[in-house]
Write a protein that binds this ligand. Structure first.
Ligand SMILES: NC(=O)c1ccc[n+]([C@@H]2O[C@H](COP(=O)([O-])OP(=O)(O)OC[C@H]3O[C@@H](n4cnc5c(N)ncnc54)[C@H](OP(=O)(O)O)[C@@H]3O)[C@@H](O)[C@H]2O)c1
Length: 289
């Protein structure tokens, strides 16, 4: 079976267009949404991510500010900045770029973000709301995956879905979101036995492991939908690749995401979506905090 590519760039561009409309509507009634990004230290990958988020936000009319602290910043300094942004009535969304330098406890910092401004969806309140099946700000990557699946016409209700990985950032919220869509969800992790047999049963496979080409073509069921969240370097040539061996999987899957150009563009689009949603919610509730 030949696969069709799920074009993450095209779908992300559609999402950004919708966000742009909502930003315009908000700006007409109130003001543009404001995303504050906190960057601690000088990790080059983090700096690149932050500047692309900043650029993407500006492109849709969201006000974006980056708040930098040196790698030597203490935990109280980072907490102080996050709390100030939390109390700032002009700020609708706060994103703390991870990882934080050693000595700064990420969990404590994330908990200092008011849940209604937590556009990464990592505050325990949002994690709990998602688990309870209630409206929440949801981590951007898994939310983007659901959007990709829906836009591609994949029926999730009743589908056998397998998620590889159980991180707070991707795997766990992914499983919750698929469950909320009435899929039958299996989660695999580093201790799963006979993982290829679990994957073989998947009608929808989402891999978020971080191991280059772990998933081989013969793991994939004929006609499955394959979403590859992984971003890795292939040891043999140093090129970007996913968790799934694309050439092999494409022989069997019905739909498949490429790496790059699949899930990646959706993550930023969904961050913009979460920011506008947080701002709309603040306007509805009288612009609190
Ligand atoms: N495209 C994007 O926008 C985007 C966004 C975020 C992340 N990513 C990429 O997605 C990947 C995962 O990210 P993450 O933050 O979730 O990583 P992470 O925090 O390192 O978590 C990896 C997860 O994979 C599990 N795992 C390890 N070996 C496994 C195996 N053989 N089979 C199944 N599960 C296994 C681990 O299990 P244990 O819990 O048992 O250790 C863990 O739960 C990375 O490549 C990352 O770069 C991409």
């Amino acid at each position: 079976m030949g696969s069709f590519l799920i074009d993450g760039k095209a779908i992300a561009s559609r999402v950004r267009g919708e966000v742009g409309e909502r930003v315009k509507h908000l700006a007409d009634r109130w003001r543009a949404p404001h995303l504050a990004v906190v960057l601690v230290g000088d990790n080059p990958a983090s700096a690149t991510y932050v500047s692309s988020k900043d650029r993407a936000a500006r492109e849709v009319g969201i006000t974006a500010t980056t708040h930098r602290l040196p790698a030597s910043a203490s935990e109280p300094e980072v907490l102080g900045l996050v709390r100030r942004l939390g109390q700032d009535g002009e700020v609708d969304g706060i994103l703390v770029q991870l990882p934080l330098p050693a000595g700064v406890d990420a969990e404590r910092v994330l908990e200092a973000i008011p849940p209604h401004k937590d556009v990464d969806g990592l505050h325990p309140t949002n994690v709990g709301l998602l688990a309870a099946g209630r409206p929440a700000l949801v981590p951007c990557t898994p939310a983007g995956v659901v959007r990709l699946l829906k836009e591609s016409g994949v029926v999730l209700a009743g589908a056998r879905a397998v998620v590889l990985g159980r991180s707070q950032l991707v795997g766990k919220p992914m499983a919750q979101l698929l469950l909320a869509e009435n899929a039958t969800v299996t989660v695999c992790h580093s201790r799963t036995r006979d993982e290829h047999l679990e994957v073989r049963r998947a009608e929808v496979l989402v891999s978020a492991v971080g191991k280059p080409e772990l998933v081989r073509g013969d793991w994939i069921a004929e006609g499955a939908v394959v979403i590859d969240v992984g971003i890795n370097r292939r040891p043999s040539d140093g090129k970007l690749c996913g968790d799934v061996c694309f050439d092999e999987a494409a022989q069997r899957a019905r739909l498949i995401t490429p790496v790059p150009g699949g899930v990646g563009p959706m993550t930023i689009a969904q961050l913009l979506w979460n920011t506008v949603q947080a701002a709309e919610r603040r306007l509805e509730t009288g612009g609190r905090g």
